[in-house]
Design a binder for this molecule. Structure first.
Ligand code: HEM
Length: 393
């Protein structure tokens, strides 16, 4: 029988030869080492800066590719390529990777951020579109406006607590939109749950933190096995994240039953069930989409507004010019500006666009993966998931 060393060498050589054979199929990029790929030179933080540099170095053609420990990644470096692949060819590129720790062990297959490109995903998109398309978004304007005014008043009272006020504003806005829920205390129960959920989500998804993400076979260890603490942790976090979505969802249902619910994303959808979908299934779909709104909208908004304040401190001349635009409305109309005034504030509008461009809150977006092979001659073998993906909540 071959010794383990010989087997290991053969496996490495085969892996190397396969990687050589496949290389021409991918966009250009750093080759790195055999087997390891760019694992050693891949930065631990602010990797988008390195990706941009690699993009320039490898031909400036809008995307690059490399592998880390055999895992192939393609980074899109141009808006035109992103629009082409993720927009026009979304049928192929809308799937999401499903990592062992944050996805599989935590049973997050129904999460908006991990769901595969399937019928359920399409329902999620339909639900989101019904509330966040350009027209429907106007329904949320009164909420945004009211919360913005509360925030401005709070900042002028205690400017030293700026970030706290920004966080409260984002939480109040997203909870109101998602559930019609009003935050009235500093330490709100639902907000605390959601914040804890964000913390758990980012810990579970932290790149390189969990060995099981590099060696997926570890997920088959029994829970009691020494060193399998990550499995027990995943189970506890899975329950916790589910509770975070369930509690406010059930709260809306109780309000609806009592006739006191404020219209919200959740209440509107609960009232408009497709008769072909069972009540339980519809309830579950609404629960998972509603639960994504805080996660998607809170930190991103806080990050952008923080960037805005930072940039205004760096560029007081820009602040002055934008302020003059706001003041002109106040002086002319004797009122605070509203969202409807945006077209008459082109400079401020450009400043806000620049804030999002200069420091995007999510600089590398959310990972996508293909649902078909990249081989142009064989286009339909599924890339992503095992077929046992139905056990999640
Ligand atoms: C500056 C603010 C924001 C930024 C930069 C941002 C950025 C992003 C990005 C990069 C994605 C991933 C898209 C992809 O899969 O390629 C995303 C998805 C999403 N965002 Fe935002 N977002 C922001 C604010 C919000 C807000 C305020 C909400 C809701 C109130 C929201 C709801 C969502 C949802 C539901 C998804 C998932 C969509 C899907 O998978 O189809 N986002 N966002």
């Amino acid at each position: 029988m071959a010794s383990p060393l010989i087997v290991a060498v053969v496996v490495l050589v085969v892996a190397y030869l396969v990687s050589l054979r496949n290389r021409h199929k991918y966009p250009p990029g750093p080759k790195g080492l055999p087997v390891l790929g760019v694992a050693k030179e891949h930065p631990k933080t602010e990797f988008w800066k390195t990706y941009a540099e690699w993009g320039r170095k490898y031909g400036n053609i809008g995307f690059i590719s490399f592998h880390v420990l055999g895992r192939r990644m393609v980074v899109i470096n141009s808006a035109a390529v992103a629009e082409d692949l993720l927009g026009k060819r979304s049928l192929i590129y809308s799937d999401r990777p499903f990592p062992p720790m944050a996805g599989q062990l935590m049973k997050r297959e129904k999460s908006m951020f991990y769901i595969s490109y399937n019928e359920r995903f399409k329902t999620y998109r339909k639900f989101m579109h019904s509330s966040f398309n350009p027209n429907a978004s106007q329904l949320h304007w009164p909420i945004l406006q009211k919360q913005a005014r509360i925030m401005v008043a709070n900042i002028s009272k205690t400017p030293q607590n700026l970030v706290e006020h920004l966080r409260r504003n984002a939480a109040a806005t997203t909870m109101k939109i998602a559930y019609g829920y009003t935050i009235d205390k500093d330490r709100d129960h639902f907000v605390a749950l959601a914040e804890e959920g964000m913390r758990v989500g980012s810990l579970a998804g932290a790149p390189g933190k969990w060995l099981v993400d590099s060696i997926p076979a570890l997920k088959y260890l029994p829970d009691w096995f020494p060193g399998a603490g990550f499995k027990r942790q995943a189970k506890a976090w899975s329950d916790q994240l589910y509770t975070q979505s369930l509690e406010p969802h059930d709260w809306v249902k109780a309000q609806m039953a009592a006739g006191t619910a404020e219209p919200s994303f959740t209440s509107r959808l609960l009232e408009s069930r497709d008769p072909h979908v069972s009540e339980a299934e519809h309830d579950d779909l609404v629960l998972w989409t509603g639960g994504a709104i805080y996660a998607a909208g809170a930190d991103t908004t806080v990050s952008s507004v923080k960037t805005f304040y930072f940039l205004m401190m760096l560029h007081p001349d820009v602040q002055k010019r934008a302020q003059a635009e706001v003041d002109s409305i106040v002086a002319k109309e004797g009122r605070l500006p509203t969202i409807q005034d945006r077209p008459s504030m082109p400079y401020l509008d450009a400043v806000l666009q620049e804030v999002l461009r200069w420091a995007p809150p999510s600089p590398i977006g959310v990972f996508h993966c293909t649902s078909q092979t990249m081989n142009t001659t064989a286009t339909s073998s599924p890339q992503r998931r095992p077929s046992s993906r139905t056990s999640g909540r």
